[in-house]
Design a protein around this ligand. Structure first.
Ligand code: GAL
Length: 684
């Protein structure tokens, strides 16, 4: 089928607030960024001197300071102690290390909760959450807002002209949820703006169900713990509200910084596929998108999951380079059983992010804490000190990045889009569905993995994106879809795009109401197929499916009773009540093709399906042949090949090239030991 143009040309919707303040403002004169969270308030000042020497030796050129320093800067309400922070910034500045200065508002001091208990968050059971940890604030608390903005103002006033200051880091990993009275009041205000009057709210929330009709605004509360299942639209709107309330707070801090330092970029650290916050709405509000990412060494799918997360992060910034703000050099301490990383793994994971568009590779944290909840979390300098295997790896990795400086700022082109929407995720995973085993992150990864295995780069997009330029658009799940977004997916196919849609998509409207008629109602015409029953599968009975040639695959979790209405059933269910019914359908529609999958195929089935869909879209991977566990991705002129497996692999390469990491040249094939990476620049 026709491929649409030569590259993505959409994105006006997610331009960052100030594109002139991208990562280039940081990399100019520095090259790729390398560093981590630096918490000098945990150490005597003699240690700072050693820190800076070690940082220089390790090629560190950016550190994040002050994330958890509120109590140190403001030991009592209204007091200010900036002296120590002045010395930290001066020291770093004199060593040529740039500072990513954090507003310290993620962890208020105990005095805030003690004197202003209404700043403390309340959980869904109405219990207050206390200080003694971190993150204990209510995003809608006027007192929290006032104190937070006061310290941000003073911080910005004090350091606005400091030569070490290069980037602002607002808060930390926003995600707080609160059910207090102030939050309920703010929720009602948000709902008034959304619905205007109570009749509209009652209609949207479907309150004729279970006698839930609201007679006055004061009756409306957040979805607190209730005897049985909560109204799903109330819950959906609360997800929307929480993301917006946090964003309002982020914006208030950001505006103070921007006013005082209009030429410095601003970021806040995201957490990949983090459910509570709609990053499509957030990303345009920052200058640089940054992400924290902690792949689980125990999870065999980590390499693909990481690639998906990095592709999402790049896509949130409209394709611009981003920062890996936090990763771990070794085991973390917050999983129940924390596997370490084998030698070479920290480098492999870091270079994977670079290959997928990161201009900066940073860690949590510089020096391992001796005390506190994270005393067993890995760091760039472990408890055993700098003369260690781990620190030697950190130092070698930091220094090798100089050879890759030319990669900074270069793009990662993609011909495939994958649609992801937070509101649909929230609605999909509400209680009371046919099966709670169909979850969004799993569906995204299932459809992403066979693309990744073929070296096909993917951009993540919101459902409203302009898909012009993408030859293939994959919709692993879009349970909730607006009429307009369904129409634009249809239009995309009619104009020549190839669309692949996963099960239980197009089911609900933006209120979360089930669309009546055969499903997926708004995509029925483009798919040339429709269904009438959702049929979760029995766990102990794998679902067999056949391709037309008689070969087959196994599916699980979910099936649907579908009928072709113009589409060709390319795979059918093999047995049971659905025997002979379509499991996968392909429909030529206008100048394009639409595919629908009415079940959850296991990996081999999805792999075969992906091969067929890619052939329709005329998309090939970065390399024609990729052994298992080997990843290939192009960034600018450089082809990165990474071996995530435990076996040495020989990979054919299309042209003679220089490996920017070693300076050696390769022709014909490259040999990659386990955890090896090459960064191949074609030889002229
Ligand atoms: C992040 C957080 C850091 C640190 C790290 C540990 O969520 O931003 O402050 O706690 O996790 O993995």
């Amino acid at each position: 089928m026709t491929s649409l143009g030569s590259g993505p040309a959409r994105r006006s919707r997610h331009l960052t607030a100030s594109p002139r303040l991208g990562t280039h403002t940081l990399t100019a004169g520095r090259g790729l960024l390398f560093g981590g969270d630096y918490n000098p308030e945990q150490w005597p000042e003699e240690v700072w001197i050693e820190d800076v020497e070690l940082m220089r030796a390790a090629g560190v050129n950016l550190v994040t300071v002050g994330v958890f320093s509120w109590a140190r800067i403001e030991p009592q309400p209204g007091a200010r102690d900036f002296g120590w922070l002045d010395r930290v910034l001066d020291l770093l500045g004199s060593a040529g290390i740039a500072v990513d200065l954090a507003t310290p508002t993620a962890s208020p001091p105990p005095w805030l909760g003690h004197r202003w208990p209404r700043t403390l968050p309340v959980d869904e059971s109405g219990h207050r959450l206390w200080y003694g940890s971190r993150n204990q604030f209510c995003p809608s608390s006027p007192a929290y807002r006032e104190k937070a903005l006061a310290i941000v103002t003073d911080l910005a006033d004090r350091y606005a002209g400091h030569p070490a200051l290069a980037l602002w880091h607002v808060g930390n990993e926003y995600g707080q949820v609160c059910h207090c009275g102030d939050t309920a009041a703010a929720f009602r205000t948000w709902l008034r703006e959304r619905y205007g009057d109570l009749d509209a709210l009652n209609e949207a929330w479907g309150t004729s169900f279970w006698s839930q009709r609201y007679g006055e605004w004061a009756e409306i509360i957040t979805p607190r713990r209730a005897p049985y299942m909560i109204n799903p639209t109330q819950q959906l709107d609360f997800w929307r509200f929480c993301s917006d309330a946090l964003l309002a707070h982020y914006r208030a801090e950001r505006d103070i910084l921007r006013e005082r330092t209009p030429d410095l970029p601003i970021t806040t650290n995201f957490m990949g596929l983090f459910k509570p916050v709609d990053y499509w709405a957030w990303a345009p509000e920052e200058d640089i998108v940054s992400n924290d990412w902690y792949p689980d060494p125990a999870d065999p799918l980590s390499p693909a999951r990481s690639a998906l997360t990095h592709d999402l992060t790049r896509s949130l910034g409209g394709g611009r380079p981003w920062l890996l703000m936090e990763q771990a050099t070794n085991g973390v301490n917050w999983r129940p059983h924390n596997l370490p990383k084998p030698p070479g793994q920290l480098r492999l994971e870091s270079l994977q992010a670079l290959a997928r568009g990161a201009d900066g590779l940073c860690y949590f944290q510089w020096r391992a804490s001796r005390f506190g909840a994270e005393r067993f979390h890995a760091a760039m300098v472990p408890h055993a000190g700098p003369e260690t295997r781990l620190h030697a790896e950190v130092r070698a990795h930091g220094n090798e990045l100089r050879g890759l400086a030319s990669v900074a700022g270069t793009p990662v082109p993609a011909k495939v889009a994958m649609v992801h929407d937070w509101a649909s995720w929230w609605a999909l995973e509400e209680r009371g569905r046919p099966s709670d085993r169909l979850t969004l992150p799993d569906q995204l990864l299932r459809f992403y993995r066979p693309l990744w295995e073929r070296g096909v780069t993917v951009d993540l997009v919101p459902p409203s994106a302009d898909l012009t330029g993408y030859a293939l658009t994959v919709v692993p799940n879009l349970y909730l879809i607006s009429d307009g977004d369904a129409a634009s997916l249809t239009e995309y196919v009619h104009r020549g795009g190839v669309l692949l849609v996963g099960p239980f998509s197009g089911v609900a409207d933006p209120r979360g109401h089930v669309r009546t008629g055969r499903f997926p109602a708004p995509l029925r015409e483009v798919l040339g197929a429709s269904g009438e029953e959702w049929l979760p599968a029995q766990e102990d009975r794998p679902v067999r499916c056949h391709w037309a040639d008689g070969t087959g695959f196994t599916a699980r979790i979910w099936t649907e009773l579908m009928a072709a209405e113009g589409a060709e059933p390319v795979a059918t269910f093999a047995d049971g009540d659905l025997a002979g019914r379509p499991a996968v359908l392909r429909h030529e529609s206008g100048a394009g093709v639409a595919w629908y999958v009415a079940t959850v195929p296991e990996a081999d089935g999805l792999s075969e399906l992906t091969a067929r869909v890619l052939a329709d879209a005329d998309v090939t991977g970065a390399l024609p042949e990729l052994p298992p566990g080997v990843e290939a991705v192009r960034r600018g002129p450089v082809l990165f090949v990474l071996n995530h497996g435990d076996e040495t692999r020989r990979v054919p390469i299309p042209y003679p090239a220089e490996d920017l990491l070693t300076g050696s040249t390769a022709d014909g094939t490259v040999t990659l030991a386990p955890r090896a990476v090459v960064a191949l620049r074609p030889l002229d």
